[in-house]
Every structure is written in C-alpha cells, then in structure tokens.
Design a protein around this ligand. Structure first.
Ligand code: FAD
Length: 643
C-alpha cells in the first residue's frame, strides 16, 4: 500500500459503493459484476452512499474491492479497458436507470475515462497556428469563466489578454467573503472537467478553498502574465471597416488607455454587480450598512442589533454564522427559499474518501459522473410544468407536487413547536421557481433562536436607527446587512458596448438581454459572451459546465474566422430570434417561468432572461461547434489578410 494510504478498511467503509463497483470493473476487467442486485436504488434526499444495496451485497462488494485494490497497489497491471458497450452499461448501472440513448456521447465525454481532455481546442494545423498567432483577443473578467477562456486561448496559440477590475483573480470566489460563503453544488462537480481536485476538504467547500482552487489553476496554466488586474473596461466600440474592437479601459493609475482586439470575450458574470434595494431612507442609516458581497470584516457584530434584508442564497449562508454573535437579529424576508436537505453540506470529505479518489483508478471519475447525472438533467422533469395539472398554484405538476410535499415535511420536522414561524418559511410558489438552497438544518435552527426574528411584512422605509415595516413597527438596528443579490438582468452593465452603426447594447436590448446560445447577438460582430443571457440554471448543475460549453463554441468561432480569413462574424438575426422564441416558450413551461413566481430570473418585462430551460445535453450539443450557416462572415480585404 502506498505510504500515504489510510487504513483500507476504514476508507472502504466511507466509499460511495456504486462508484466503487465501477472501479472494480476497471480493476478486474469483469463486466459480469454488473448484476441486478448490484444495481443501485436511490431515494431522493437520502444518503446514496450505500447505493441502497442489501447488507450482504455491500459486504461482498467491499471484500472484492479490498482484494482488487490490494493487488493493484502491489503492482498488478490493469486489465484492458472496458469496451464502449461495457462503459455504456456501467453508466446505466451507476445512474440506477437506463440513461436515454442521446445522452451517451455527452456523458461519455463528461466522464472522459481515457482521453486526456476532449474539450481541448485543436489548432495543431501549422497554417491555423500561424493565423492564431496573428489574432488578438481581449477577455474581460478573470473569474472562473475568464480563466477558462485564457486556458483555451493559450492552448490554441491565440494572442490574448485578460482584464479585471479587481486586484486579484477569482471573481465571485474572490469578492464574496461573507461568513459561511460556500459553493452549493458538490465541489467535485464544481471544478473544471479537466482539472479535478481530489483534495477538496469538504463536499461543499467554503469560499477560501474555491478562491485558492482558481488561483492554483492560474499558476498551473501560467496565466498570470496574460492578466492585467485593477483594469476596468469602460467602453468597447466595434470598428466595422477594420473588423476590430477598440476597448477603452481605466488602468491602475486611473489613466485611460485604448486597446485593440479582433475579438472581445466578456466573462463578467451574472452575479458580479451588487443590487442595492430601492428603499426609502437607505442612505440615512447611521450605523454601518453593507452588501453581503462587500462584507465589512472590520465591523464586529458581537452584541449588536443587526438587521438583514433578504433571505436569498447569501443570507441563507451567513445568517446561521452571525446569529450566535448578534445580540438580536431581525431578518426581513420577501419570499422564503426552498431548502434542499443535504447531510453533507458542511461535512468534511473523509481522508479515506480523498485517498480512494487519488489512489483507486477511475473511482473519482465515476463519483463525479454520478454527481453529474443525479444533480443535473435527472432533476428536470420534477420542475417541468404539466399542461394538464389542475392541482393548484403551489406546484406545476404531479412530480413537482410530490417533491413539494417531501420538502414541506422536511421543513415541518425541523420546526415542531413554532406554527408562527412555519407559516412564514413554507414557500407559496412551486419548488424550482427559484434556486433551491442546499441545507443541513442550520438555517431553520438559526431562525428558531431566541435572539432571531423573521419578519415577512414588507419594509416601508429605513431610518437612521432601524427599519420600519408597512404596519408601522420600528425595528431598531445598529448594523444593516443587505443580502439583496445582484443586478443579474443587466448583462455586461455598466460597460458601454457600441456595435454596428453606433448602436449600443443597451439600446439594442432595451432592458431585455438576448443572445444566441447566450454567446452572440446580432449587430455586435466578434463579441462573445460567457455566462450570458439564458445560461443560468435553477436545479440542474453548475455554471462551470455552461462556461466550458460557451468557451468551446467561442474557440470554434475564432477557428472558423481564422480558417476562412474572416474579419468579422455576426450571428444572423433570424437564427438568434428563432432560438430566443424557443427559449421563451420553454421557460414558460418551467417552474421558474410560472406566473406565480417573482424572482431575479425575470427581468423588468417579466421575461426569464437568466435561465436555460432545456437539458444540459442540449447545451452540450449546441455548443460543440458553430454552424457557419448561422453567421454572416465578412472576408478580410486582400491587403488586410495576413500572408
Ligand atoms: C455567493 C455566490 C455563490 C455562488 N455559488 C455557486 C454555486 O455553488 N454553483 C454555481 O454553479 N454557481 C454559483 N454561483 C454563480 C457564480 O457566479 C458562477 O459559478 C461563477 O463563479 C461565475 O464565474 P464568472 O467568471 O462567469 O463570473 P464572476 O465570478 O462574477 O467573475 C466576473 C469577473 O469579471 C470582472 N469584471 C466585471 N466587469 C468588469 C469590467 N467592466 N472590467 C473589468 N473586469 C470586470 C469582475 O471583477 C470579476 O472578477 C455563485 C455566485 C455567488 C455570488
């Protein structure tokens, strides 16, 4: 056994058994292990670690795994790789259902058992390489998406630079330092598909771990030299004659500088610009007042009266952390969130599990695959509206109502003797109407503390010393914390982006941002967005998946331009419009498009401008490569073309 190996029995006792079964097939080459009694059965919100196997099956599996792992560590060679048909069967086995056929290539790629990195751009053709070197790209934003773009542009050999207004990279995971901030997708899935990390300390790691993950990726891919920090993009204008963007930035010294680029990639996030609530008197508050994304670590909350506005994802995480410190905490709620129970939300990854991921071939890959399947498209039917549903506005279909009943029960069980509180925390809107929040019980136990009050009467105004609700009650406060989210509908704001004919994005969109695949929009050639309109998700998966799709597509567009010597590439309006019509129709059929839901997913006109309403496999397919027929491609004049 390797020197850093823990007690193998202890490690196996912590193993996710269906993933262990998959590893065992690799270690033994025996596809005959995929027997019906070893097919897992998963019940929602239960610990699926044991796969629902009978105790005898569990013990047998662990004994076999122990023997195979011991032999492997002693140097036994791996048998030949399982055939494609066996891998296909293994997918069905670990998922516990027969995965529909169209998913097979998609999931095979996500699993990528053997290929080094199937999403790596291939610009190996020497002629293409030469053209790549002559192409200049500016990326705005050095968060998860901008870093990803940098990695792929560097691999392709394209000349690029990444600009970020902050003094460090990491975006979301650098800016949000509020107590309790952590990822709410399992971390082994919230990481780049090509950069797994077997050492995440928790199943849902806290913000410093995510920040350090992205810092380590920047170092590993040697991206620092391509990044300019404290550099804010103010404006970008497209020069039609030259087919180039002129980008006006404020540099660290405060001076203005103009950069030129053949293509502009925005990676500015949907959740980067804090939203301040429009409440009368906000400015008059005399004590410290701050947004959760601008946490004031210099303000000691010990013994203070604290007022929190909002019960969204951030407040859900920081309230349990600050409640024990504050003398009194008043939380002002507009609508309650849906909590999704997860026992492992704050749990450490046992050392044995980390070791299994590092040392047992393919265990970690199948574990990620399992998370990917069960937490993504597997969930979607339960949030899709059934046209024939007549069961009332609290649900959108029978499966949705069933899920609702289970979640309501989970809430009730946590609040046995506070009917007043119970009435406030059960959402009236359907499950899936807003992003559900992962929960291990700390939220509702915080709300039941003697020093905490949840107030659902609307706020009328803020005074120098507190908050007044519509019923005239004054809640005194020393500190005001705004957990009021971000300006999510204002894509690319506050940059001024000027496209063809001098039209700005603001004028083109009129408050209703739209793009084809969330990436390209008519009238703005050579502009590519990552995490753009309609690429957010409510229940199925992580944003990293979308950014990886968008970046692959963008690299495909740049390759197309290089191959044919195009100076500009602009999506055809009819392609864009037809796509958006499909998106709008599909969003209306989802829980988050329900007329009973008001949320940040909808813009001022009520249109869902944030969310992707289809399956993940649909985004994967759509972003594999651009279809040249979708674009107007303008060739370079002979004199402009590089030799
Ligand atoms: C608290 C919090 C928790 C989250 N948890 C999850 C989660 O669990 N799972 C999940 O999938 N998603 C989560 N998200 C969404 C998260 O934003 C994305 O997962 C991801 O981090 C987005 O990365 P990004 O690079 O696209 O954007 P960001 O991380 O927002 O980075 C954008 C970058 O662009 C820079 N920038 C913006 N405008 C300019 C400009 N004009 N000039 C120069 N630079 C500019 C910013 O400074 C920033 O560094 C969470 C978001 C928040 C706020």
């Amino acid at each position: 056994m390797s020197p850093d190996a823990p007690d193998l029995d202890a490690a196996l006792a912590e193993a996710h058994l269906p993933s262990l079964l998959m590893a065992l097939v690799h270690l033994t080459g025996d596809a005959g292990l995929l027997t019906p009694e070893r097919r897992p059965v998963y019940a929602p919100f239960t610990d699926p670690r044991d796969g629902g196997y009978a105790p005898k099956v569990q013990a047998d599996l662990i004994a076999r795994a122990k023997a195979a792992i011991t032999a492997h560590l002693a140097g036994a060679p791996l048998p030949p790789a399982p055939s494609a048909a066996t891998v296909r069967k293994m997918m069905d086995w670990i998922a516990g259902i027969d995965i529909p056929e169209p998913y097979a290539p998609f999931l095979t790629e996500e699993l990528h058992l053997f290929d080094p990195d199937p999403k790596r751009p291939d610009w190996s053709d020497p002629a293409l390489k030469a053209k790549a070197a002559g192409m200049r790209v500016v990326v705005v934003g050095a968060g998860m998406s901008g870093i990803l773009a940098g990695i792929r542009l560097k691999q392709a050999g394209v000349d690029f630079i990444i600009l970020d207004k902050n003094s460090e990279v990491g975006g979301t995971w650098w800016e949000n330092t509020y107590p309790g901030c952590r990822v709410d997708n399992p971390n082994h899935m919230y990481s780049y598909s090509f950069e797994p990390n077997d050492d995440f300390p928790q199943f849902y790691s806290p913000q410093p771990v995510l920040r350090d993950y992205f810092l380590a990726i920047v170092a590993k891919h040697d991206l620092r030299r391509f990044i300019r920090l404290e550099t804010t993009v103010e404006e970008a204008a497209f020069d039609e004659a030259e087919g180039r963007w002129r980008i006006s930035v404020t540099t660290p010294s405060g001076a203005r500088e103009t950069l030129a680029a053949d293509a502009l990639i925005t990676a500015v996030g949907q959740l980067n610009r804090p939203r301040m609530p429009d409440i009368e008197g906000l400015e008059s508050f005399a004590g410290p007042a701050f947004h959760s994304a601008r946490w004031r670590h210099d303000v000691d909350l010990t013994g203070k009266r604290v007022a929190v506005i909002g019960t969204g994802a951030s407040a859900f995480q920081f309230v349990p952390e600050i409640a024990p410190k504050a003398r009194h905490l008043d939380i002002f709620q507009r609508t309650p969130p849906w909590p999704i129970p997860s026992e492992t939300y704050h749990s450490d990854v046992p050392e044995g599990v980390k070791w299994l991921m590092r040392a047992v071939p393919f265990y970690g890959k199948w574990r990620r695959f399992f998370l990917f399947w069960t937490l993504t498209d597997g969930f979607l039917p339960a949030v899709t509206a059934d046209d024939d549903w007549r069961g009332g506005p609290h649900a959108v279909g029978a499966a949705n109502a069933e899920l609702r009943a289970m979640l309501v029960e989970a809430i009730r069980a946590q609040i046995p003797d506070r009917p007043d509180l119970l009435a406030k925390v059960i959402p009236a809107y359907p499950f899936g109407g807003k992003r559900a929040l992962v929960d291990n019980g700390v939220w509702l136990s915080a709300l039941q503390r003697a020093n905490v009050e949840l107030i659902d009467t609307p706020i009328a105004r803020i005074t120098p010393d507190g908050v007044v609700t519509a019923d005239g009650v004054h809640y005194p406060a020393d500190v005001l914390i705004l957990g009021t989210g971000f300006q999510a509908s204002r894509f690319l704001w506050p940059m001024r982006i000027v496209g063809k004919g001098g039209l700005t994005l603001d004028e083109a969109w009129q408050g209703d941002a739209r793009a084809y695949l969330g990436i390209v929009t008519p009238g703005f050639p050579n502009l590519f967005m990552i995490y753009g309109p309609n690429t957010n998700i409510v229940v199925n998966g992580s944003i990293i998946f979308f950014s990886e799709g968008a970046v692959r597509y963008i690299l495909g567009c740049l390759k197309l331009m290089a191959q044919i010597g195009a100076k500009s590439l602009e999506v055809r309006r009819e392609v864009h419009d037809a796509f958006n019509a499909r998106v709008d129709a599909a969003n209306l059929k989802m829980a988050w498009g329900s007329p009973n839901v008001t949320s940040w997913y909808k813009n001022a006109s009520g249109r869902v401008s944030q969310n992707w309403p289809f399956l993940l496999v649909d985004y994967w397919k759509a972003t594999l490569a651009p279809d040249p027929a979708d674009f107007i491609l303008t060739a370079k004049a002979k004199a402009d073309a590089p030799a």
